[in-house]
Design a protein. Structure first.
Length: 413
């Protein structure tokens, strides 16, 4: 089990301790006002943990506190892991980023694009080109999510059984269903947050000849010492699993059981887009592997190399056409994440212009979060990583992510 312990004094890491304590003071208010039940935050600098804090309960009804080894549903923080897995195979020559997805998933051979009508009577045309692997990595494939509830195709996903927390069938079966439904737009024409990373997970399976859980365990989790990360909480670990909550009508956090149980047993569908549970210590090791540091290149941790530094740097570039940001090129559906001044790389959001986004950070920062309000960012310029764990749906319920940045950067330097 990887440990979560302070490795360097905050002052030695370049933080003003008194200012850093503001982080605790502000976040505690969320629990005291019953907006969150509990949380855990980590701050690392130069590859070493400088600050770890937690408050509240992992299971309020059972009276169980947040602990360093609490297991959290990280949902879409699974996506960067799947993206790393894909790029590991890319480095081995398993595919090129321009390869069509139908090379690995034949049902994607003849996609069609929605042009009008309704979910019951859609009007479609043939796609002008294939969905390619780089489209999956950048969410420019034309795929969507049923829970967006913003487009007739979203309704078609729900009719097929795909909604928030619902994943019928195996990953192979799910990909075939998604391939049979219309795309929202021509591949590469727009950005839309979607099940594309789940499809990417299936590409990883076919290209590697391993199931996604096997690939993760043998090629990523084992080498990085992420012993508590997987697609479900094992029976002996269920007492460490945090309960799941949702924002009620009155704004308070209420128990949310409809999605809570799915990680208590092995899933039928291995979701590379949102299926993992992890601990703060494990995810911190994943972040340190991606962080370029003076004493260790990006893509490597403790002498174990998963990716080359050049590949990690390439993943962190903005891959949206014309260097556009999400506000101009994307569909603004994930309101909890900034759109202005933020592009998208191969598996991460990437900051292009902090002034445009109106929050303090560095150009080149990589980030993403999960549906239960978890979040992380990597700031290569400052050799800084921050992660935040809680269990509240939706992730747009409170401005925790933006306030975390304010509170961390005001204490730096």
């Amino acid at each position: 089990m990887s440990e979560l312990k302070i490795e360097v004094d905050p002052a030695e890491a370049g933080f003003a301790p008194d200012q850093l304590r503001r982080l605790d003071e502000r976040l505690k208010r969320y629990v005291d006002e019953d907006l969150l039940k509990g949380w855990l935050v980590t701050v690392s600098r130069h590859g070493k943990l400088a600050y770890v804090a937690s408050y509240g309960q992992r299971d309020a009804e059972a009276g169980l506190p947040v602990e360093p080894d609490t297991l959290w549903r990280i949902y879409s923080m699974t996506k960067p892991i799947t993206s790393v897995a894909a790029m590991m195979l890319y480095e081995e020559g398993a595919f090129e980023l321009t390869d069509p997805v139908h090379r690995f998933i034949p049902s994607f051979r003849n996609p069609r694009v929605f042009t009008g009508g309704s979910d019951q009577r859609p009007v479609t045309v043939p796609a002008s080109g294939p969905v390619r692997i780089w489209h999956l990595l950048t969410h420019t494939s034309g795929l969507t999510y049923g829970f967006h509830r913003n487009h007739p195709v979203d309704a078609m996903y729900r009719a097929a059984g795909f909604d928030l927390g619902l994943r019928p069938g195996t990953l192979e079966e799910a990909c075939d269903i998604w391939a049979s439904l219309p795309l929202l737009f021509q591949p590469g024409a727009e950005w839309n947050y979607s099940c594309a990373t789940d499809v990417l997970g299936r590409v990883v399976e076919v290209a590697s000849g391993q199931s996604l859980d096997e690939f993760f365990a043998q090629r990523i989790f084992g080498p990085l010492g992420m012993t508590d990360t997987g697609f479900y909480a094992k029976p002996d670990d269920l007492d460490r699993l945090a309960a799941l909550y949702a924002r009620a009508v009155n704004g308070k956090a209420g128990r949310f059981n409809s999605m809570a149980e799915e990680v208590r047993k092995p899933p039928t569908m291995l979701s590379g887009g949102g299926g993992l549970v992890s601990t703060a210590a494990d995810y911190n090791r994943f972040l340190q592997m991606l962080l370029p540091r003076a004493d260790s290149p990006a893509g490597e941790l403790d002498g174990t190399r998963l990716l080359s530094p050049s590949t990690v740097a390439y993943m962190g570039r903005n891959h949206l056409p014309g260097n556009q940001d999400l506000e101009r090129f994307g569909r603004p559906l994930n309101a909890e994440s900034p759109q202005r001044g933020v592009g998208f790389g191969l598996g991460f959001a990437v900051v292009l212009d902090p002034a445009a986004g109106k929050y303090v950070c560095s150009p080149g920062e990589l980030s993403w979060g999960g549906a239960a309000s978890t979040a992380f960012w990597i700031d290569p310029a400052e050799e800084l990583t921050v992660s935040f764990f809680t269990q509240l749906i939706p992730s747009s319920a409170h401005p925790v992510r933006s306030q975390l940045r304010q509170l961390v950067y005001q204490a730096l330097g």
